[in-house]
Design a binder for this molecule. Sequence first.
Ligand SMILES: NC(=O)C1=CN([C@@H]2O[C@H](COP(=O)(O)OP(=O)(O)OC[C@H]3O[C@@H](n4cnc5c(N)ncnc54)[C@H](OP(=O)(O)O)[C@@H]3O)[C@@H](O)[C@H]2O)C=CC1
Ligand SMILES: O=C(CO)COP(=O)(O)O
Length: 340
Amino acid sequence: MEKVAVVGAGSWGTALALVLADNGHDVRIWGRRQKQIEEINSLHTNEKYLPGVSLPEELRGFTDLQEAVSGAGTILLVAPTKAIREVLGDLTAHLDQPVTIVHASKGIEPETYKRVSEIIEEEVPADKRKSIVVLSGPSHAEEVSLRQPTTVTVSSSDIEEAEFVQDLFINQNFRVYTNPDIVGVELGGSLKNIIALGAGMSDGLGYGDNAKAALITRGLAEIARLGTKMGANPLTFAGLTGIGDLIVTCTSVHSRNWRAGNMLGKGEALEAVLEKMGMVVEGVRTTKAAYQLAQKENVEMPITNVLHDVLFDGKNAKEAVDELMRRSRTHEVEDVSSLL
Ligand SMILES: NC(=O)C1=CN([C@@H]2O[C@H](COP(=O)(O)OP(=O)(O)OC[C@H]3O[C@@H](n4cnc5c(N)ncnc54)[C@H](OP(=O)(O)O)[C@@H]3O)[C@@H](O)[C@H]2O)C=CC1
Ligand SMILES: O=C(CO)COP(=O)(O)O
């Protein structure tokens, strides 16, 4: 039995805490709102983020971060990417022994283009961490919390630590694979949110399955193009954290990125959409980061480019699709096949 502190009591942190509690671990979850933590401890629910789900009674909530992480051997970090540096700043002060840090957040930081594991490396001193492990894959919290079959991947530069985390989470409903390609795993999980916004937008505009299949497929091509340029193994994008996560996020009504894109496609303004969502829509910030990174690395990312212009430069969504369809003719596979 491992003592695990889950830092972040949103949908994903709560669902993963449930998996760990099901596996018999001593799980504490940290959230910043007293009322929410009282609800988790007394009613064993988290209605805002996982309506209708009964949480294991053994799962204990804390608002005091020091109490939550005290004695924990593993920290599971599941905060929105934009809050990660702030949360890590507080967390580091309370670590009294080197811990395994698992993160399950999906995003890239604008301006620095850092992946979450790189942010952790920067913010947590080396003597306070045993290893950094990423957990990613096609996994909506709503289904995981109902114990529906789900597969994910864990990745770390330390394969033994990845296997340790695989063992923590794996059970008959939640199957965990390992992959040593941390760059590909993090980039696939982050960049798919951009394409999911686009898929939602396409549906919101009234376009059909052909358009969505095109977005998924050509989206994967540009994800792989940027990913391989950044050092990822191209085959990772054919796996759970690549095409797998792209499919689930572009086709599921659970996806916040798809839902936000859908409202944008129907003509709603970005600010109003984010206000209505009330949950993190990572794709917005990641679009900005990926757009900047692609410019810097001179990588062609046509879908990301037009989405950037829709989100941040007031481009009309239909015009964005027209622009993609009018691009000069090109081969389908030469850009990716040259990387294999
Ligand atoms: N939901 C899912 O199915 C999946 C999500 N993910 C990833 O997990 C990460 C977290 O997402 P998810 O749990 O869904 O998000 P939610 O929107 O469901 O919850 C966000 C959580 O983060 C907290 N939070 C927000 N801002 C801060 C801050 N500045 N400091 C501390 N805590 C903060 C919120 O607290 P409060 O309630 O107090 O505002 C809330 O507990 C994202 O990167 C997402 O992409 C990955 C796979 C699946
Ligand atoms: O990453 C996810 C599923 O794997 C969740 O996607 P959303 O953030 O779009 O809901």
